[in-house]
Design a protein around this ligand. Structure first.
Ligand code: C2E
Ligand code: MG
Ligand code: MG
Length: 427
């Protein structure tokens, strides 16, 4: 059956999509300027994790200026924040900054570079001398932690409500949030191909703070740095299992995936705790999947290996998350007993019109198949994405095109409507 036959608009009208308003940067327009495609992808992905939705890219300073001139000519608003590499062929970052100054660019600038600290510092001073608003300079590789720190300093044209809240969240606040039991999982469906039936859900933590929902990008690294990540994982996992148990009793036997920080993998008791908590909630551990992000795994794989193996001994599944964005994927695939591979959104969304993404998507699926892993395409945002991942033989799909992450109750309502929609649709 083809997904397009499903009347999507109808159920969107019936079910009020929950406001996953985790979008503190959502109203901000970002422009990423870097000659290396892989760096642009990583930065776009990190921005995505921080809730930034409007991100354009340029492969050179000239390309960026051309784009900005076209926007200005159309009397549209230009970027609020430019993330710019210093070392680029043709027009380097320093020259690019000069052009920004002559255009009286008033937005924020973040310098990104593999150059040493002193070069970055000099470039920063130079930009300041030209009255440009430089928020900071960050070394490569760009990580959510370094990027969110400089973004938190951003006080440019973003309105007060939309201003990033990253700077406001301290370890103490996360601790208080944990004590007040304010962290809860939202659930995003994973559907199987080709039929589109819901096979599972990924639990994604949200911090319900008063009437605000804070996205994980704004507090996970604080929790990790403050040694609170294990407590957070337990709070989210426990609630996710209770929900999964309730779904099971309601007749929906879904696989539930949870995200585990690499920092938690040094805790050897985690697999036992997870297995016990699952059983306590009435969930078979084989219906639980642990997602670990590849880019971080790279550095700490030795310490994590024992815990990862013990998860498998407890019959809990292991999934390699954000595949394709890390640095030594192949080694980990060989060492760790993964059963699922999640291909990062960077290689899924728009893959049909980007031959590099498509090449990575195809070879990831091929690799997974040869290793006997099932594949999930993340970040499927439209019909073209759906068709493309189906064509390359992905097993499952996750993305906004199916649904955004939802609170537990809304998820069940959504699920019933979705499955009803599939039944009503002729093959
Ligand atoms: P992830 O595990 O890769 O989760 C997927 C992220 O992509 C989620 O962001 C999800 O809302 C978003 N997403 C899903 N479909 C689409 C789409 O079609 N388009 C776009 N643009 N985005 C999509 P979220 O919920 O903000 O989570 C961000 C990251 O935070 C997660 O990435 C995961 O690494 C981490 N995280 C989430 N929950 C937990 C948790 O309980 N513990 C830990 N340690 N990390 C967590
Ligand atoms: Mg995940
Ligand atoms: Mg992912």
């Amino acid at each position: 059956m083809h997904y397009s036959a499903v009347d999507r608009t109808a159920w969107e009208a019936r079910i009020r999509m929950p406001n996953d308003s985790t979008d503190s940067y959502a109203s901000c327009r970002f422009l990423v300027v870097d000659d290396e495609e892989v760096v642009r992808r990583v930065v776009v992905r990190v921005l995505g994790k921080l809730g930034c939705e409007t991100v354009s890219t340029a492969a050179s300073g000239l390309d960026a200026l051309t784009q900005m001139d076209a926007i200005a000519a159309a009397a549209e608003a230009g970027p609020d924040l430019i993330l710019c590499d210093l070392n680029m062929p043709e027009m380097d970052g320093v020259e690019f900054l000069r052009h920004l100054a002559t255009r009286e660019y008033r937005g924020g600038i973040v310098l990104i570079s593999a150059e040493d600290e002193r070069v970055l510092e000099t470039a920063r001073n130079l930009a300041k001398a030209r009255a440009l608003n430089v928020l900071g300079a960050i070394p490569k590789p760009v990580t959510p932690a370094t990027l969110s720190k400089v973004l938190a300093a951003y006080s440019g044209r973003v309105s007060a409500e939309a201003r990033p809240q990253g700077e406001l969240i301290s370890v103490e606040e996360v601790r208080a949030g944990l004590e007040a039991d304010e962290f809860e999982p939202f659930f995003q469906p994973k559907v199987g191909l080709p039929d589109g039936h819901v096979v599972g859900a990924e639990a994604l933590v949200r911090w319900r703070r008063g009437d605000r929902l804070i996205p994980p990008g704004l507090f996970i690294s604080t929790a990790e740095e403050g040694g609170l990540i294990d407590a957070l994982t337990d709070q989210v996992f426990g609630k996710a299992m209770d929900v999964a148990g309730a779904w099971r009793r309601a007749g929906f036997d879904l696989k539930v995936s949870v995200n585990v920080s690499v920092d938690s993998l040094t805790d050897y008791s985690l697999p036992d705790r997870f297995a016990e908590r699952a059983v306590q909630a009435g969930v078979d551990p084989t219906r639980v999947m642990v997602e670990v992000t590849e880019s971080r795994l790279a550095q700490e794989v030795a310490a994590a290996l024992e815990t990862l193996t013990r998860f498998r001994l407890k019959r809990i599944g292991l999934s390699i998350d954000d595949f394709g964005t890390g640095y030594s994927s192949m080694v980990q695939l060989k060492q760790v007993p993964f059963v699922e591979l999640k291909i990062d959104r960077a290689f899924v969304h728009d893959a049909h019109r980007d031959r590099h993404s498509l090449a990575i998507l195809e070879s990831s699926v091929g690799l997974a198949k040869r290793l006997g892993l099932s594949t999930v395409a993340e970040g499927v945002e439209n019909q073209d994405d759906w068709d493309q991942v189906a064509a390359v033989g992905c097993d499952q799909i996750q993305g906004y095109f199916v649904a955004r992450p939802m609170a537990a109750d809304a998820f069940l309502e959504w699920l019933i409507e979705w499955e009803r929609g599939l039944e009503a649709t002729p093959d």
